[in-house]
Design a protein around this ligand. Structure first.
Ligand code: ZN
Length: 105
């Protein structure tokens, strides 16, 4: 099980699915991991929180640590694989909708 999480995390990092979006002009920053099909986004606060259901309902409650999104972020930081995207503030909703899609999966 753990191996599976590590493998998925590594693949997400290598696929450049770990992104940081910097909104302008507010300078509001979001750390996100794209789903495998890239249609949904998972909002993460590194080392603390992920918006995926796995984190919310299983890992967090059972104190088992991290989902693969949080691990993917760690790997991406170490390997310098985080993709930085600059966006206009008015495009925030587009990201928000994708985060909601990730919660609903
Ligand atoms: Zn997650």
């Amino acid at each position: 099980m753990n191996e599976d999480i590590n493998r998925r995390a590594l693949r997400a990092a290598l696929d450049e699915r770990v992104i940081e979006v910097l909104f302008k002009p507010s300078n509001y920053k979001l750390c996100l991991v794209k789903s495998r099909d890239r249609k949904a986004l998972y909002l993460i606060y590194p080392d603390r929180y992920c918006s995926c259901t796995s984190f919310l309902f299983n890992l967090y409650k059972k104190g088992k640590g991290k989902c693969y999104h949080l691990k993917a972020y760690e790997i991406a930081i170490k390997k310098n694989l985080i993709k930085i995207i600059e966006e206009k503030d008015e495009n925030f909703e587009k990201y928000f909708v994708k985060i909601l899609m990730g919660i609903l999966r």
